[in-house]
Structures are given as C-alpha cells and as structure tokens.
Ligand binder design. Sequence first.
Ligand code: AMP
Length: 363
Amino acid sequence: MNVGILGGGQLGRMLALAGYPLGIRFRFLEPSPGPPVTGLGDIVAERYDDVQAALRFAEDLDVVTYEFENVPVATAEALAGVVPVYPPPAALEMAQDRLAEKQGFRDLEIPTAAFRAVDTQADLAEAVEALGLPAVLKTRRLGYDGKGQFVLQAEADQEEAWSALGGRALLLEGWVPFRRELSILGVRSRSGEARFYPLVETHHGHGILERAFAPAPGISADVQTQAESYARRVMERLEYVGVLAVELFDTEQGLMANEMAPRVHNSGHWTQDCAPHCQFENHMRAVCGLPLGSTAVTAHAAMVNLLGQVPTNAEILALPGAHLHLYGKAPRPGRKLGHVNVGGEDPEAVRRTVERITALLHA
Ligand code: AMP
C-alpha cells in the first residue's frame, strides 16, 4: 500500500514508523525543510493550499491521511475526488472552527461549556452578560496549545481581551470548574467497527500537554462508557475512519467535551509501549482498510513530553520501564522534541519514574 500523509511532523513520523512493519510505504506533503519525517519516504515540499500540487502528490497513492487538523479543507476535498481521504474532510471542517465543533457536539447531545459566537466588541459585552465570569475568549480558528485564548476574570478585562484577540472570529466560553482533564481515543475502521483505549488523564502547563496517565485513575465503567459513547457519536455522524481524540473535562456534573482532534494525538503516545497495538498502528490499519488491533490495556502507563530540551539519552534510558521517543527536531523553548513513555504493573512505580524524569528535565 502507498499512503500519502499531509504533514511531516512528529505525528507523521510515528505513523510511518508504525506502518513500515505492515508493509506500507509513505509519501509526505510537507513544505518546511528538514522535517521529522526525513528519511521515512518521499517528501513533496509544496504548500498545503496548492491544490494542483496536492493532486500531483496524490498520483499512485492508495489512500491519503493527515497528521494535523489545519489542512485546508479545499485541498482535502479535491484529493477526496481522486483518492480515498481518511479521516473524511468533514472532520477537518468540524475541528477547524471551535464554533462548528461546539455546535456539532451539541447537535449530538454531547455536553460542552456554554458558548457564544463573538464578532464585535458589543457581542463580547453581550456574551459576558449571558455567560457570566470567569469566561474564556478564544479564536475560532488556528488556536492550539492554549494559543489565541484570553481568560476574563472581571468586567474590566474586556478591553484587554478585545485588544489581544479582537478583529478575528471569536468564541466566548463559560468557565468550566473541572476536577481534571481527560482524553478519549477511539479508532473506527472502514467497515464501521470502533474500538477505544481507556480514558487518559492529561496534565497541561501553559496550554501544552506535559504528562498523561493511562488508564486515568478512579474511572468507573460507566464513565468510560459515557466517554466512548460521545466519541462514537462523533465518529458515526462523520462516517469517520481512523483515530479520533476527544478532550474532555471531568466535572461534578459529569463529562463535558472541550475539543476534538481528527488525528492521532499526543494524549495517546503511551500506547506505543503500553498497549497491545498503538494508536499509530491502529490509525494505519483503519485508513488502509485492515482489521483493527486490540485496544485492551492491562498495564499502567504514563507519558512525559520533552519540551524545549532533552536530557541525555542515557539518563532516561537508565530508568526502569522508560521508552524514549525523539522527533529529530532542533531545540527551541517550549517545542515538543520528544516524549518518554513509562509502563509497568504498579501505578505507584510508574508515577515515581515520572517524577524522576520530571526532575531530570528541571535539573
Ligand atoms: P483548548 O485550546 O480549548 O484545549 O484550551 C487549552 C486549555 O485551557 C484546556 O486544556 C483547559 O485547561 C483550559 N480551558 C479551555 N477552555 C476552558 C473552559 N471553558 N473552562 C476552563 N478551562 C478551560
């Protein structure tokens, strides 16, 4: 099988690393020089919004997938006219616009924060009035890792929030007093079978995922089923194929959806070393029309992101149960350079190893 991946970052790299043992060959559309997929297949260095270049890229491919959600919808739709594109372009449309995403969740009766569209300063005043404070003002498009967000605590913050983000299409969300953040990852095959990994507990700093623990501690079977049902509704509505991640808030009133990613996701990296079949392999199986691999997890797992700097390999590899994954990227403050997965039978031992990795990162 020849698979095209739109994007050549670390997710594309890990998809390819998981696909090679299955006999899959890769071609990447990636405009930036020296990407993490270097050496893993042909790289076509053209812009994502150049539809003609994308169509040339797709010649002789059996299927096209993508590793980031800001792929231009027009490019994905043009490609879908000549080759199967999974996940379907409709998933990109929903995920690229926070308003469409929240409305989509609501249509599927999936609880979310209260929200209002904001296009003008007057809309902002009305939305603050309706939703109360605190509230979060977000750009509808191109926000990620906490970028394009402003938390309003007091009425007087409106001016500053507007000067930071005004002029773009925005969304005001009511504040969710969550207990913790969770993520559900599912995979759906071309024939409509869906499988889910256990809920993951995610910890963020400055909006960026820092650590993940799986299975999330203290999750009842009912809560797992609820999370799966939310992800399943999204998948069925979109006729989804591939891995989908839905980020959730765990609240006193139950689970609430925050946002979704129509791709493999950082909160699922632990599956590489601590699940029978990892998210990357399952994504490749799904988009290639192959049977799905098991998602039944028995171990305890954690993942620590290596942000901005990487300790020496030997320091990490000396820790019991630690698996190092580097992306081949140049260091830059806050940049995701790699991650460490830790697995074991004893969750306390896993946590202790995570603490040791964290200490190495801050040494
Ligand atoms: P997002 O880019 O929407 O994932 O937001 C980044 C982070 O901001 C989330 O992981 C939460 O920690 C926090 N956050 C986002 N929206 C809300 C909200 N409505 N209420 C409380 N915290 C939020």
